[in-house]
Design a protein around this ligand. Structure first.
Ligand code: ATP
Ligand code: MG
Length: 556
């Protein structure tokens, strides 16, 4: 488990950029980009990359582009393009007029390929995929050169044009860089730059049947956009020599970007690979990309997490070169911290037990004016009605109270927060022996919740007036997996899903100020946690998601 300390908070990338700027590299200019592939929704790991790229640009008076690396037509969709833009904006970042697509560069990338061929640095290979794999060698053995490696330039140029024109079947020919089949780095053994694919592209339609590989398109797109620091995750470390090779061998590029790798974010009790998230969504383990149980940005938003908390989390975990695992409790800690300062308070009873106050006059109503936030008077007050019948939380009553249980029990007096002291006289049961109602009395001299004679009561309960209560559904969320690192070892991550990750409570009772919340509005329900109004709310019945409990589980 990694906990952020001073060392981890250091961001080695900022040091590199700072040194480059001081040395006048790139004329002191700083340009970064966030380059998602539009083949899924963004998750909290992407947030780390977004905060880093936009953060570095803003710290050094530079600019950060949003670029869709859309070179894989089969898996990409406009829905993802739209959701990604919405999520980056929601996180609080602005690419202004710098929205780009690798597909915008298809023509230019093609021209670069022709140039590489003309310079004797690329060739069309007619081996099958299987044969190419056989020729590649292993980590211990060098690869073998393809018999097509030394085709004349003119033949290569012609073949590439015919690949583009659709003369070859999918996979029949590929364009490869002519680098070194004996390189100890497998990536440098004549990597494939282009392949033939008859697939409809979300932006270029059917204009192309020849698509560039990511490893080819990415460095050149960076150069076209005059990126200075190309920040990516560690799995691209082995690809850096190819990145540099392309930047060095393609002529006429307007910039020489530098790739720097950092460790991806891993969080406990969840999964973050797009493939696994996709599986959870498409196979119905969760309700969609915005299910509050998964760590997508849309899921976290719907759950009630705030962009401020996510940004602070990303800042505090720092950026390092070593893989690590962050406690999901730390993310929740920042959410709780932010909401504690911002969320208005309200009372809600999730598992109601009716209380009849026998000596309170029928038909009478009291109204209490209560502060919306204990430390922030600027947030104003709300009016909370009180009557003869109220609801309290079932678990706030015990017929035979355990030791240290200071809440309601027969004969015991407790405080109803902000209202009165009440004493329990009787628990009414149904035929099966279940408690269905409590009969209590109140002390009318304790209005506001304090006894004039100074007598002490230990328990304070939240409550909702039965006559004024708003019915609601409340969804409680817990960790999606029972295992800290799902899917490790021989385990199938799907078998480690926590069946209690979502509990839906119906018939919850809310104070009337919560009757028609704006979707996304967040509250602290007193004594229970932070809750966010869900998009499924109707005029008749609000729906709330529990964002986090009040209890901090992060142990630093
Ligand atoms: P996945 O591995 O989940 O499929 P990806 O890397 O394929 O994700 P991209 O759309 O290519 O997803 O990612 C866009 C950018 O976000 C890349 O620069 C990638 O390195 C970065 N990124 C992805 N996952 C993480 C993570 N967990 N932590 C930090 N950065 C990440
Ligand atoms: Mg990727």
């Amino acid at each position: 488990m990694t906990v952020p300390d001073e060392a981890a908070r250091l961001n080695f990338i900022r040091d590199i950029v700072s040194a480059d700027k001081a040395a006048g590299t790139n004329g002191g200019r700083v340009a970064t980009r966030f380059p998602p592939e539009p083949n899924g929704y963004l998750h909290i790991g992407h947030a780390k990359s977004i905060c880093l790229n936009f953060g570095v640009a803003s710290d050094f008076a530079g600019a950060c582009n949003l670029r869709f690396d859309d070179t894989n037509p089969e898996t990409e969709e406009t829905e993802y393009v739209d959701s990604i833009q919405a999520d980056v904006r929601w996180l609080g970042f602005d690419w202004e007029d710098r929205l780009f697509y690798a597909s915008d560069y298809f023509e230019r990338l093609y021209a670069c390929a022709v140039q590489l061929i003309q310079d004797g640095k690329a060739y069309v290979d007619s081996l099958t995929a299987e044969e190419i794999r056989e020729h590649r060698g292993t980590l211990r053995e060098p690869g073998r050169e393809s018999p097509h490696r030394n085709r004349p330039v003119a033949v290569n140029v012609d073949l590439l044009a015919r690949m583009r024109a659709g003369e070859f079947a999918d996979g029949a020919q590929v364009l490869r860089a002519k680098i070194d089949m004996a390189s100890p780095n497998m990536t440098m053994r004549d990597p494939i730059l282009y392949r033939v694919r008859r697939a409809h592209h979300h932006r270029t339609g059917d204009a192309w049947c020849l698509y560039p590989m990511y490893d080819y398109a990415h460095p050149l797109s960076d150069a076209f956009e005059r990126i200075t620091h190309s920040l990516c995750t560690l799995e691209f470390e082995d690809h850096r020599p190819l990145y540099d090779w392309l930047i060095a061998n393609v002529t006429g590029l307007p910039a020489r970007p530098r790739q720097i790798e950092f460790a991806r974010l891993n969080l406990t009790y969840t999964v973050m690979s797009k493939r696994k998230l996709m599986q959870l969504v498409t196979e119905g383990y969760v309700d969609g990309w915005d299910d509050p149980r998964i760590p997508t940005i849309s899921g976290l938003r719907r759950r009630g997490f705030t962009p401020e908390a996510i940004r602070r989390f990303c800042e505090e975990i720092g950026v390092a070169k070593r893989e690590n695992m962050i406690d999901i409790g730390l993310l929740e800690f920042f959410v709780r911290d932010h909401l504690n300062a911002r969320a208005p308070r309200a009372m809600a009873v999730l598992r109601p037990l009716k209380v009849v106050i026998e000596n309170y006059p029928e038909g009478q109503t009291d109204t209490f004016e209560v502060a919306s936030h204990p430390d922030n008077p600027a947030m104003g007050t709300r009016h909370v009605p009180f009557g003869r019948e109220i609801y309290i939380e079932r678990e706030d009553f015990m017929e035979e109270p355990a030791k240290k249980f200071f809440r309601l029990a027969p004969g015991r007096e407790v405080r109803l927060r902000g209202a009165y002291l009440i004493t329990c006289r009787e628990a009414v049961k149904d035929a099966a022996g279940n408690i269905v109602e409590l009969r209590c009395t109140y002390d009318s001299a304790t209005r506001g919740g304090d006894a004039p004679d100074g007598r002490k009561v230990k328990g304070t309960l939240h409550w909702v007036s039965a006559a004024h209560a708003v019915d609601a559904d409340v969804r409680l969320y817990d960790r999606l997996f029972t295992h800290e690192t799902p899917g490790t070892g021989d385990a199938d991550f799907l078998t480690q899903i926590n069946p209690g990750a979502r509990e839906v409570l119906t018939g919850c009772k809310l104070e009337p100020s919560l009757a028609s919340p704006e979707v996304g509005a967040r509250f602290q329900f007193e004594r229970l946690g932070y809750f966010c109004a869900d998009q499924d709310s109707t005029a008749a019945r609000p729906v709330f998601n529990r964002t986090v409990t009040l209890k901090d589980t992060w142990r630093g």
